[in-house]
Design a protein around this ligand. Structure first.
Ligand code: NAD
Ligand code: TYD
Length: 363
C-alpha cells in the first residue's frame, strides 16, 4: 500500500485492534482510521495514547451500515483495510449466535461490497496498491487429536462452534471475492492471542482477575484441551508484514508454536502470581482452581503450522510463552483500574449467565 494513504482498521477498539492501532502508530506512524461500533468488547480507554498522534482518527459505527462505510471510504480514501471487527467469544456464540452471524457474516459482506464499489472509483495505480487484510482464526479448521499435525493453510475447514462457523463463512466470502472480482484480499488465520487489553471473559485475563480477587478459577472439563498461544504484539508485527509483503489471494496461518494445555497455562499463571504478589492472602493461587462443567462441543486441540509466513515473509514470534506470559501478568497487575472499569455491571451479568449453570464438575 501507499504509505501516505491511511489504513482503515475495523474493530480497532477491541483487544487485538487496540494493540494493532498503538503498534501501527508507533512503528509505522502513517495515518490510521479506526472504525468501531464499541460493543461490550470495545474500549476507547485502550486508545488514549493514540489520541496524541495527529494521523489518528476514530469513527464510531457499525460495519453493517453501508451508508456509513461509503462515507468513510470516500472521506478518508484509505489505501488498505485491516478487518478485525467481529464478535469473538465462543461461549457467547453458544448462548446467542445471532450477533455472530450479523457482524461476522453480514458485516463482512457489507464491508466487502462497499470496498469493492470504492475500488472501482480508484485509479488503476491506486487500485493495484490497495490491500484488504481479513483477520480470521484457527478455529475454522475445527479440532485436532493429540498426534495430528498442526493446521496448515490447506487444512479443510470444519468449524464446530457458531463463532467458528461465522468466521469460516466470512473467510469463504473473502475467498470468493478474490476469485470472482480480483478483490485484493489476504486472509490470516491466527491462534489464541494473549496480552494487554484483552477483555476479561477470555481465559487469561479472567483467571488473573479472579485470582487477584481470591475467586475460583473455573477450568472447563478436565483442563486438558490444548491451545497454541500467540503474544498479541507478535501477531501485530505479522499483520504489518502481511500488509506490506503478503501475496494477494493467499492465506497465512499465524501461531506461536506454543501448545499448552489449559490446566498447565492456569498453573503457570498461578505460579507467576505467587511470585509477583508475595503478600497475597490467596497464595498459593493454584488452590483456587475449580473444575467446572465443560463447554458444549469444546474443541480439544488447536495448533498452527506457521511455516508459510516464516518462510515467505521472514516472520518469527519474538516472545516465548514464559516471557509473554510474564509481560501479560505484569501489565494486568499494573493496570488494575483498567480491569475494574471494564468489569462493569453488564459484564457481571454475563459472568452470571455463563458460569452459574456450570456448577463444579467432577474431573
Ligand atoms: P474483540 O472482541 O476484543 O474486539 C472486537 C472489536 O470489534 C470490538 O472493539 C467491538 O466493539 C468491534 N465490533 C464488534 N462488532 C462490530 C460491528 N458490527 N461494527 C464495528 N465494530 C464492531 O476481538 P479480538 O480478540 O480483538 O479479535 C479481533 C479479530 O481477531 C476478530 O476478527 C477475531 O475473530 C480474530 N481472532 C481473535 C483471536 C483472539 O485470540 N483474540 C484469535 C483468532 C482470531
Ligand atoms: P477462550 O479464551 O474463550 O478462547 P477460545 O475458546 O477461542 O480458545 O478459551 C481458551 C481455552 O480456555 C478454551 O479451551 C476454553 C478454556 N476456558 C476455561 O477452561 N475456563 C474459562 O473460564 C474460559 C473463559 C475458557
Amino acid at each position: 500500500m501507499n504509505n501516505s494513504s491511511p489504513v482503515l482498521v475495523t474493530g480497532g477498539a477491541g483487544f487485538i485492534g487496540s494493540n494493532f492501532v498503538l503498534d501501527w502508530l508507533s512503528a509505522v506512524g502513517s495515518p490510521l482510521v479506526n472504525l468501531d461500533k464499541i460493543t461490550y468488547a470495545g474500549n476507547l480507554q485502550n486508545l488514549v495514547a493514540a489520541e496524541t498522534y495527529s494521523g489518528y482518527s476514530f469513527e464510531r459505527g457499525d460495519i453493517c451500515d453501508a451508508g456509513l462505510l461509503h462515507r468513510i471510504l470516500n472521506h478518508y480514501a484509505p489505501g488498505a483495510v485491516v478487518h478485525l471487527a467481529a464478535e469473538s467469544h465462543v461461549d457467547r456464540s453458544l448462548l446467542g449466535p445471532g450477533d455472530f452471524v450479523q457482524t461476522n457474516v453480514q458485516g463482512t459482506f457489507c464491508l466487502l461490497e462497499c470496498v469493492r464499489a470504492y475500488l472501482e472509483r480508484l485509479s488503476p495505480a491506486r487500485r493495484a496498491e490497495f490491500r484488504f487484510i481479513h483477520v480470521s482464526t484457527d478455529e475454522v479448521y475445527g479440532t485436532l487429536s493429540p498426534g495430528d499435525p498442526p493446521f496448515t493453510e490447506s487444512t479443510a475447514y470444519a468449524p464446530n462452534s457458531p463463532y467458528a462457523a461465522s468466521k469460516a463463512s466470512s473467510d469463504f466470502l473473502v475467498r470468493s471475492y478474490v476469485h470472482s472480482y480480483g478483490f485484493p484480499a489476504i486472509t490470516t488465520n491466527c491462534s489464541n492471542n494473549y496480552g494487554p487489553f484483552q477483555f476479561p471473559e477470555k481465559l487469561l485475563p479472567l483467571m488473573i482477575a479472579n485470582a487477584v480477587a481470591g475467586k475460583p478459577l473455573p477450568v472447563y472439563g478436565d483442563g486438558r484441551q490444548v491451545r497454541d498461544w500467540l503474544y498479541v504484539g507478535d501477531h501485530c508485527a505479522a499483520l504489518r508484514l502481511v500488509l506490506d509483503r503478503g501475496r494477494v489471494g493467499e492465506t497465512y496461518n499465524i501461531g506461536g508454536r506454543n501448545e499448552q494445555t489449559n490446566l498447565d497455562t492456569v498453573r503457570l499463571l498461578c505460579a507467576l502470581l505467587d511470585e509477583l504478589l508475595p503478600e497475597s492472602p490467596h497464595k498459593p493461587h493454584e488452590g483456587l482452581i475449580q473444575f467446572v462443567a465443560d463447554r458444549p462441543g469444546h474443541d480439544r486441540r488447536y495448533a498452527i503450522d506457521a511455516a508459510k509466513i516464516e518462510r515467505e515473509l521472514g516472520w518469527r514470534p519474538a516472545e516465548t510463552f514464559a516471557t509473554g506470559l510474564r509481560r501479560t501478568v505484569e501489565w494486568y497487575l499494573a493496570n488494575r483500574d483498567w480491569m475494574e472499569q471494564v468489569m462493569s455491571g453488564a459484564y457481571q451479568h454475563w459472568i452470571d449467565r455463563n458460569y452459574a449453570a456450570r456448577g463444579a464438575a467432577n474431573q
